[in-house]
Design a protein. Structure first.
Length: 465
């Protein structure tokens, strides 16, 4: 087991030109020391303080810098292959032109660090914190940032084939002109970023949440956006041949002059979308809402649009040669909350309000209104007609029976109105309220008349006798 070195031991070895391969300086204060060109293969520098140390050109192959503190340290041109920086603190560190190899930065703080023109394969950034870091022209094949966070980072012109950003939170990231073949942004959250001019065939944005991001002139052939939520994204001039936008929720998207030949869009919903001068030939668009979409002068030749909601869609000058368009039946909306309902009229929040309430309880309310309105005419029209040919002694009985029928009808109307007032849709509730008011008036009037008839004092009043 190597002897543990302190600061003075390290300075003495460096001054004597001795190598530092395999040394153990864990926990030592080595801040500000000039290690330029030194070899530290397999060195153990766990929790070592390397603040502002100069490690440019050093060989740190297989070195262990777990939880090391190296703010503003200089690693320019160093060999960091297989080195371990787990949970290390490297804010403002300079790792320009380093050979990262398969370095492990898991959980490390790399805010404001520079990785310009660095090269690495399968580098681990899992759980790392990247803020305002710079990876311009870096080459990081099959590297891993799963679950990490990055803000204000620049990957401009970087080569990132196979890079895994799954589940990461990316805010204001610059991917301009980057190469992202085979990279994955599955379930990632991307905000205010730019992929302008990036090369990303076979892009994987499945189930991602992307806000205010630019994909202008981006190569996104065969891109997978299934289940993604896209808000205020710009795809102007992008190449999206054979891309899949199935089950996408898109708001305020701009596909102007994009090439979407052969695109697949199933069960998606777009609002405020622009597709002017867009090529969408041979596309398959099924069970999708394109309500209010601007598709002026777009090319829909040989496209198949089945059950598509195109209400308010602008197709001015669009090319529809050999296309097959089947508009979707008008969407059913819940009259109480306005949310879309199923084909059977069931609202996810209010229950079966369309079929059961509008056609069921709503009709009951209307029926109750008619019953309440017919209660009065039974006395004033039907009863006198029956009494014309009736004996004098039976007229009171007829009138009493008619009044009783009016009371029963009014009571039924009151019942129908009450059972629909609180459970029916808004329009049916209005009917129910009117029904209750009319029924209440009828009950009051003919309740009074019926009482007088029963007591033998009101027959002359109604018959004129």
């Amino acid at each position: 087991m190597p002897e543990k070195l302190n600061r003075d031991d390290v300075i003495r070895k460096l001054a004597g030109g001795e190598g530092l391969d395999g040394v153990d300086a864990s926990g030592a204060d080595l801040s500000g020391i000039d290690f330029e060109g030194a070899t530290l293969r397999g060195a153990k520098l766990v929790e070592t303080d390397l603040a502002k140390a100069d490690l440019s050109g050093c060989c740190l192959f297989c070195a262990d810098l777990t939880e090391a503190k190296a703010p503003a340290a200089n690693f320019k041109g160093a060999d960091l292959d297989q080195a371990v920086f787990r949970n290390a603190r490297l804010p403002r560190a300079d790792l320009t032109e380093t050979k990262i190899g398969t370095c492990d930065f898991e959980g490390a703080d790399l805010s404001n660090a520079r990785f310009d023109r660095s090269e690495g394969v399968a580098v681990k950034f899992t759980g790392a914190h990247l803020e305002s870091s710079i990876f311009v022209d870096a080459s990081l094949d099959k590297s891993d940032l799963r679950g990490g966070s990055a803000q204000g980072v620049s990957f401009r012109s970087a080569k990132l084939p196979g890079f895994d950003f799954e589940g990461s939170h990316l805010k204001v990231i610059n991917f301009k002109n980057a190469v992202l073949d085979g990279a994955s942004f599955y379930q990632a959250r991307i905000e205010g970023s730019s992929f302008e001019g990036a090369q990303y065939p076979g892009a994987d944005f499945e189930s991602a949440r992307i806000n205010s991001t630019s994909f202008k002139k981006c190569e996104l052939t065969r891109a997978d956006f299934r289940g993604a939520i896209l808000n205020e994204c710009n795809f102007t001039g992008a190449k999206l041949e054979s891309a899949d936008f199935s089950q996408v929720e898109g708001t305020s998207l701009d596909f102007t002059q994009a090439d979407m030949t052969g695109v697949v869009i199933h069960e998606a919903r777009f609002s405020g979308t622009k597709m002017a001068d867009t090529k969408i030939s041979r596309a398959e668009i099924h069970e999708t809402s394109l309500k209010g979409t601007v598709m002026a002068r777009c090319d829909l030749s040989y496209a198949v649009l089945k059950n598509v909601d195109m209400e308010g869609t602008d197709l001015t000058g669009a090319v529809l040669a050999e296309s097959r368009i089947t508009p979707r039946p008008r969407e059913k909306l819940c009259p109480r909350c306005g949310l879309p309902a199923s084909e059977k009229g069931t609202c996810p929040d209010c229950g079966p309000t369309i079929t059961a309430s509008v056609r069921g309880r709503g009709r009951l309310a209307v029926l109750g209104l008619w019953v309440a309105m017919l209660g009065g005419p039974v006395n004033f029209i039907v009863a006198p007609y029956l009494m014309d040919d009736a004996a004098v002694e039976t007229r009171g009985l007829i009138l009493l029976s008619a009044t009783a029928a009016a009371l029963v009808l009014s009571g039924l109307a009151m019942f129908l109105g009450l059972i629909t007032l609180f459970r029916a849709p808004r329009r049916a509730s209005y009917y129910a309220l009117i029904t209750i008011l009319v029924a209440a008036m009828t009950l009051a009037i003919f309740g009074y008349v019926g009482f007088n008839l029963w007591s033998g004092t009101g027959a002359g009043f109604l018959t004129g006798g």
